[in-house]
Design a protein around this ligand. Structure first.
Ligand SMILES: Nc1ncnc2c1ncn2[C@@H]1O[C@H](COP(=O)(O)OP(=O)(O)OP(=O)(O)O)[C@@H](O)[C@H]1O
Ligand SMILES: [Mg+2]
Length: 588
């Protein structure tokens, strides 16, 4: 019921359209209601009295009423479509806005396909109900109310008989509604899963092909598609059985009226014209009764869709802006972690009691094995996640006391997995910085060692990438992501494993270019490679979410520990070993 009221409230956002639709509805049904009355009058006044003189006038009047009814019915249809389109437009935008503002933590727990299905199929179900269901249900009530009123005035005994089917309709409607709601919730959930399979299959098409998993994927899809098709057929079965039983009961009532009406005419309490009215009035409500099965289906579907959509709209964002959050202005860039611990939603503790400080303009290196927690540390600075205990501060201000926009404007992060939009290279570099000039874009691309490559493309910076254009290599994507972040010119810069896909020469060029960029800003360099951090002001070695070593390169190489082990493996020349092997083969 709560969901139903909320759906109605959505429609009420557009009162003018809705009221206009209701006005047309009332008018068209008013005319519809007067038709049986006119027919009854024709029988009594013209036919039974036997004069036949006003027959033509009555026929013309009835024609006119039909015409007006048609015109208003058109208006009703048009306005209800309009109102429902406005509702779905508003709802989709609300959902999209909500999705933009939900935190990383929320997205960790959601399947993209399911979210897509909510924004499309579920919104459409709600729209269909507003357009069809809400108005049609009102129409039924208006018609039934009008019909019963006229019938009671004409002959209350017969009116009581004709009312006898109403409790039956209500009982059937509530029983069927319950089963249908369960069914629709199931169908919509499976539809979400189907969309997820489709979305993952399309984005992961290369993996699917590489592993020859086409058949496996098809089966996954087929099973879900079959469940949807079976359940939808089941819902139709319920709907048809419901309609059929209602029509049957209704026919029984009509037959009873015919029989009792006959007796009433014989006893002189009813005229033939009045019986004609009765029969035609019953005919008038037949169509809506026939529709009621459809409306109940429509209603059940909309309510279960509403449940899914409102769940998303009401989802709390774990990263909330403080009510009196302050705007970060020109930070110097002192970043401090004080006893920071982080537990992800699955309950896993990934960072424990980390404390360190990076002074303005310093470079800090984070080195550690895959999964040690480096990215997790970085994600706490722009508040993609919040620490469970301890504080992360910028210039001494807790990041939780800053507005999200101003915080993220000042913290530039080049992420480990690069995402590019289906747009031009220039638009991708300028993403998030709409005011950037072409010169600025080129300058950023030059620092990122990507300018030469772009310049050699036939369409240069206007080359499209993604589905409609060229595909970039892993290293090119990484450099594009660097250019994108550099363009923001952030005082705090985080480079998360940004050189992992580069060859030795490009990497050196990039490192040299970046070392110039790092001047005048606080930089986090996250890496597996010692030479990326050997000039850093301080290096933290992370293992299982704790700092196991810290210091400068010169100190760390002297200590026994992970840093020295990695250093030896990566930086000490390996040629002597090769020579040794060669010599030993010669000897033997
Ligand atoms: N969003 C998340 N939800 C739950 N667990 C996560 C999430 N992100 C990372 N983890 C877990 O936290 C641990 C640390 O991950 P993190 O990404 O910080 O490692 P990393 O040091 O950056 O590794 P790599 O060098 O491979 O990038 C891992 O065990 C990972 O499985
Ligand atoms: Mg990482």
């Amino acid at each position: 019921m709560r969901i139903f009221v909320r759906i109605l409230a959505l429609a009420w956002h557009y009162p003018k359209h809705l009221l206009a639709a209701f006005f047309f509805l009332a008018a068209s049904n008013g005319f519809a209601l007067s038709i049986p009355y006119l027919l009854g009058e024709t029988v009594d006044e013209v036919l039974v009295s036997g004069t036949g003189s006003e027959l033509l006038e009555f026929a013309m009047l009835i024609l006119l009423v039909y015409l007006l009814r048609g015109i208003f019915a058109y208006g009703q249809q048009y306005m209800s479509e309009w109102a429902s389109q406005l509702v779905s437009f508003g709802l989709r935008n609300d959902l999209y806005h909500k999705l933009q503002n939900l935190s990383f933590g929320f997205h960790d727990t959601q399947q993209t396909g399911d979210l897509m299905s909510k924004a499309t199929a579920d919104v459409e179900a709600i729209r269909g109900f507003i357009q069809g269901g809400v108005l049609r249900a009102t129409q039924i009530m208006v018609l039934m109310g009008g019909t019963l009123g006229v019938l009671f005035i004409t002959n209350w005994r017969l009116a009581l008989v004709s009312m006898s089917f109403i409790p039956f309709v209500i009982w059937r409607a509530s029983v069927v509604n319950l089963s249908l709601r369960r069914l629709w919730l199931y169908i919509q959930t499976i539809l979400g899963q189907l969309t997820t399979v489709l979305q993952e299959n399309l984005t992961g098409v290369r993996v699917v092909k590489a592993f020859g998993a086409e058949r496996f994927e098809e089966q996954k899809f087929e099973i879900l598609a079959e469940q949807i098709s079976e359940s939808t057929v089941q819902s139709s079965r319920l709907q048809s059985a419901n309609t059929a039983s209602m029509i049957f009961f209704f026919s029984v009532v009509t037959a009873a009226i015919l029989w009792m009406g006959g007796l009433e005419i014989v006893s002189g309490r009813l005229t033939p014209g009045e019986l004609t009215k009765f029969i035609f009035y019953m005919g008038l409500v037949t169509a809506p009764i026939r529709m009621s099965g459809f409306i109940i289906n429509n209603f059940s579907r909309a309510v279960s869709a509403g449940q899914r959509v409102f769940e998303l709209l009401d989802a709390p964002s774990h990263i909330q802006e403080n009510t009196n959050a302050q705007i970060l202005v020109n930070p110097k860039g002192r970043v401090t972690f004080a006893n920071v611990s982080l537990v992800y939603r699955d309950g896993k503790r990934v960072l424990s009691d980390l404390s360190f400080e990076v002074l303005p303009n310093e470079v800090i290196g984070l080195l550690g094995r895959p999964g040690s927690g480096k990215t997790s540390i970085a994600h706490l600075v722009p508040r993609f996640y919040d620490a469970d205990s301890g504080r992360v501060t910028i210039d001494g201000i807790d990041v939780r006391d800053l507005t999200l926009t101003s915080l993220r404007q000042h913290v530039g992060i080049v992420m480990q997995d690069v995402f590019l939009f289906s747009d031009t290279i220039e638009a991708n570099i300028a993403y998030g910085n709409l005011h950037a000039s072409s010169e600025e874009v080129i300058r950023a691309a030059k620092v990122a060692q990507l300018h030469e490559f772009i310049d050699n493309l036939p369409e240069g910076y206007q080359t499209l990438i993604g589905e409609r254009g060229i595909t970039l290599s892993g290293g090119q994507r990484q450099r594009l992501a660097i250019a994108r972040t550099l363009l923001l010119d952030p005082p705090i810069l985080i480079l998360d494993d940004t050189t992992s896909s580069l060859d030795a020469i490009t990497e050196r060029l990039l490192r040299e270019a970046l070392s110039k960029v790092m001047m005048g800003r606080t930089t986090f360099v996250i890496t597996h490679r010692v030479h990326s951090v050997r000039h850093a002001d301080q290096i933290l070695v992370i293992e299982d979410g704790v700092i196991v070593q810290r210091g400068k390169h010169e100190d760390l190489v002297l200590q026994d520990g992970q840093y020295r082990t990695v250093y030896r493996l990566q930086l000490q020349p390996i040629e002597p070993d090769v020579e040794e092997v060669f010599r030993s083969t010669q000897d033997s």
